[in-house]
Design a protein around this ligand. Structure first.
Ligand SMILES: [Fe+2]
Ligand SMILES: [Fe+2]
Length: 325
């Protein structure tokens, strides 16, 4: 359905409509689902919002892993609320993508058979309780860096979803940092655990912004359409500049010997993540890719009876209504 739609729209595109569309974006107007839009804009947004939704849903898995083992009832309640928020983010985003003419089922199937991706970070394992701190602090922190500018994105439903999501993300980041503070001020063993979590998650967090802009082919068009508001490198720099003082405050060391304040540029110089590792992970060879997709496939298969039941019920009601008319 969605492939047909994108194709039929592409044949109607004329330069005048494209120019008028760009003028609306340049004037800061929001594009709404029923407005005309270029097929490429629709396609890019479906990919981006869909990928974002999948990341929220798959992102529940590494943290869900620790709900039953949280050290106190309070920590358990907080983590549970945080993971539930991520489910909510996934749902808003699937709804926003659905307004573009793709169904949630289609997107889910594309995730499950590997046609659609989710953020590479969720293919790393969460090995200790300190990872719950580091994930909230670094992963949600990087997510906020990406998402705050997207509140101003040109597509109305995406922009509105981001406003709500960002409010919740800042709670996530703070709860993660609170866990890190507790661990960093704890026993030497707890502090070592916090340092170890930072060591493992630092570079994967930097990868969340994507490869350098010089290697990113979609960037120019996406920025003109205001689907992407900043370059990957800009956001990565901002993240490093914000996070390094936070690590210092914790008394932890960022695992990058080249890290150095550069007064001239007003930001840190830092080492690039290992991009070979990044491409390995996004092509399916990260430490947990198989496990994550297996968990999502199982959830989809286990939920089949619910979907079938709801559809049968809706069908019955429809038939009764037709018979009564
Ligand atoms: Fe989220
Ligand atoms: Fe979050």
């Amino acid at each position: 359905m969605y492939a047909q739609m994108v194709k039929s729209e592409a044949t109607q595109e004329d330069p005048e409509m494209l120019a008028a569309f760009q003028a609306r974006i340049d004037a800061g107007e929001k594009i709404e689902p029923k407005d005309w839009m270029p097929a490429g804009y629709r396609k890019t947004l479906i990919r981006q919002i869909g990928q974002h939704a999948h990341s929220e849903i798959v992102g529940q898995l590494p943290e869900g892993n620790w709900i039953t083992r949280a050290p106190t009832l309070e920590r358990k309640a907080i983590l549970l609320a945080k993971v539930q928020d991520e489910a909510g983010h996934g749902l808003y985003l699937y709804c926003a993508a659905e307004t573009l003419g793709v169904t949630r089922d289609e997107m889910t199937e594309m995730l499950l058979d590997g046609r659609m991706k989710y953020s590479s970070i969720f293919n790393y394992p969460t090995l200790t309780w300190a990872d719950m701190g580091a994930v909230g602090w670094l992963v949600d922190g990087a997510a906020i860096m990406n998402q705050v500018p997207l509140q101003r994105t040109s597509f109305g439903p995406y922009s509105r979803a981001m406003i709500r999501v960002c409010k919740e993300e800042s709670f996530h980041q703070r709860q993660g940092y609170a866990v890190m503070m507790k661990m960093a001020q704890g026993t030497p063993a707890q502090k070592a655990m916090a340092q170890n979590a930072l060591n493992r998650l630092w570079f994967p967090s930097l990868m969340m912004f994507g490869p350098s802009d010089a290697d990113s082919t979609h960037s120019v068009q996406s920025m003109a359409w205001k689907i992407k508001m900043n370059t990957n490198d800009e956001l990565r720099q901002k993240f490093v500049d914000q996070t390094v003082p936070q690590a210092e405050y914790l008394g932890l060391t960022v695992p990058d010997e080249t890290l150095n304040w550069n007064a001239e540029k007003g930001g840190y110089d830092f080492a690039e993540p290992d991009w070979d590792e990044f491409f390995e992970v996004i092509t399916g060879n990260g430490p947990c890719n198989t496990e994550r997709l297996a968990a999502r496939n199982k959830a989809w298969d286990d939920g089949k009876w619910v979907r079938d039941g709801l559809l049968a019920h809706a069908q019955k009601r429809k038939m009764r209504k037709v018979a009564a008319e």
